[in-house]
Ligand binder design. Structure first.
Ligand code: NAP
Length: 460
């Protein structure tokens, strides 16, 4: 662990500088404070920089300074807003362990209310603390590996706590071995079994995985592990094939599992076991991403972003969604956010009605497609997957000017997309959803924004 950098993040007044110096003394590692580096580089105090350059100018200088920090072992404390820019998180995560320091807002107020830092919001100092903490907490959580509450500690005590976490706290090897024993019983590749045995006692490596039943078909492990290697993150992503969300989540404390991608059939069933669910996931009624921090589990839905982003620039009135399962729910949410009126057509009419109750959408069965004149058609059924030669709707209903988005992504050129192209429609393949939902999921689980073209290359 000593070969890695220790990076301290968190809001002002949580003790980053004093704890950083205490850690430096205890470990003998060098200490850098990004705010101090900014002042040294510019020859100005931070309030002066805010006054002359504004917050955006300050953030540019901060990014420039962070880019110049060496990636070797050392202790780095960062400014409270450093995590706002994913590029900073990417640089800070390289070969590091990132510690989030938190404190009670009242304690923060007592510690900082007499400082000369400029207000960022124009609110009273106490209100500003509340507001900025609530805005930044999701960013802090994504960017951090470990959390240490410093409300009731001296810098010395907090430094000892950080060291204890680093040396002993990431996982209990016995718990990790038990988790891996259940994973190794599943049908994972033999190379993965060997790798898991190798890292079963390793307290430095954080774990992530795809959680579903079945989920062995998932391509996410290959992509995530390449991204972790690219970004110098001490982490490994594997397959967690398990039938029961409650029992599986109960087995995770002290195993070092930091995040999950959730797939069928658990996207809805996992909701009751989570501590906090983001409002869009709550509206959709499904979670495909879980961030785990100090045994707290935060649920997100990135599937809808995977549909929303490729529809950038797509305009029209009516969007027909084929299917009424989890992917269809995300599609209804995404097209509504793009200003379309959704229509849900499903093999089972009652299920379409159930989904529509939440959204007020019109419904029908697949055969009703001829009654609507959609600008956009989204296939959220598995029809056309693998070697299935069928299309969920007859090619005769496809017309030039329509856009067809098939969420099925194996094969890439599905029978529906081929029929749509032949009919003069424009098309979006399901690989685009996969890539965009994964990019958003990676950002939530690590704080790093990865370019979608890299993911496209990896999937090719
Ligand atoms: P789901 O919850 O199981 O829902 C499946 C839906 O498809 C149901 O509405 C079902 O209708 C319908 N359906 C199933 N077989 C059908 C058939 N033979 N003919 C007509 N309708 C049929 O599954 P999901 O999670 O929503 O996923 C649906 C599909 O989306 C997946 O198969 C996958 O290909 C795709 N997907 C893609 C991505 C991506 O990243 N590109 C992500 C997630 C999902 P009933 O209600 O009548 O059973």
């Amino acid at each position: 662990m000593a070969k890695r950098r220790i990076v301290l993040i968190g809001y002002r007044g949580t003790g980053k500088s004093s704890i950083g110096r205490a850690l430096s003394k205890k470990t003998g590692l060098g200490y850098l404070d990004t705010d101090q580096l900014i002042e040294d580089t510019t020859g100005k105090k931070i309030p002066q920089i805010f006054e002359s350059e504004g917050e955006a100018g300050f953030r540019d200088i901060e990014q420039h300074v962070i880019a110049r920090i060496p990636s070797g072992a050392g202790i780095i404390s960062t400014g409270g807003g450093a995590v706002i820019r994913p590029a900073n998180v990417q640089m800070l995560r390289m070969n590091s362990i990132v510690i989030l320091l938190t404190s009670d807002p009242d304690v923060i107020y007592q510690r900082i209310h007499r400082t000369d830092r400029p207000s960022l919001t124009g609110l009273s100092p106490r209100e500003e603390i509340e507001q900025i903490l609530s805005e930044r907490m999701p960013l802090y959580r994504s960017a951090a590996d470990i959390v240490v509450d410093t409300s009731m500690t001296t810098a010395e005590e907090a430094a000892l706590r950080v060291l204890d976490k680093i040396e002993n706290g990431i996982c209990d090897p016995q718990k990790r071995r038990e988790l891996f024993a259940s994973v190794i019983k599943t049908d994972i590749p033999s190379g993965e079994k060997i790798h898991l045995k190798r890292i079963s006692d390793d307290r430095d490596i954080f774990l992530y995985g795809i959680f579903g039943y079945p989920c062995m078909h998932s391509k996410s492990p290959g992509i995530y592990n390449r991204l972790f290697a690219d970004y110098g993150m001490p982490a490994h992503y594997t397959w967690f094939e398990h039938p029961d969300p409650g029992a599986f989540l109960q087995s995770l404390p002290n195993t070092g599992v930091r995040g999950l991608s959730v797939t069928i059939p658990h996207k809805e069933a996992i909701l009751p076991y989570l501590d906090e669910i983001k409002h869009d996931a709550e509206s959709i009624g499904a979670v495909n991403t879980v961030l785990i921090q100090e045994e707290e589990k935060f649920g997100f839905n990135t599937d809808w972003k995977g549909i929303y982003r490729p529809l950038e620039g797509t305009e029209g009135d009516t969007a027909v969604i084929l299917g009424a399962g989890g992917a269809a729910a995300a599609a209804v949410y995404a097209v509504s956010m793009r200003g379309f009126t959704p229509v849900i057509l499903n093999r089972n009419r009652d299920r379409a009605g159930h989904l529509a109750r939440k959204t007020g959408a019109e419904t029908g069965v697949l055969e009703d497609i001829g009654k609507f004149h959609p600008d956009l058609v989204i296939n959220a059924t598995p029809v056309g997957m693998g070697s299935d030669p069928n299309t969920p709707i007859p090619p005769s209903v496809l017309h030039p000017g329509m856009k067809v988005f098939d969420l099925v992504y194996t094969p890439r050129d599905t029978p529906l997309l081929q029929a749509a192209l032949a009919a003069g429609c424009s098309v979006i393949p399901g690989t685009e959803m996969f890539i965009h939902q994964l990019a958003e999921q990676f950002r939530i689980l690590t704080g790093i924004e990865t370019p979608v073209f890299r993911l496209r290359e990896m999937l090719a």
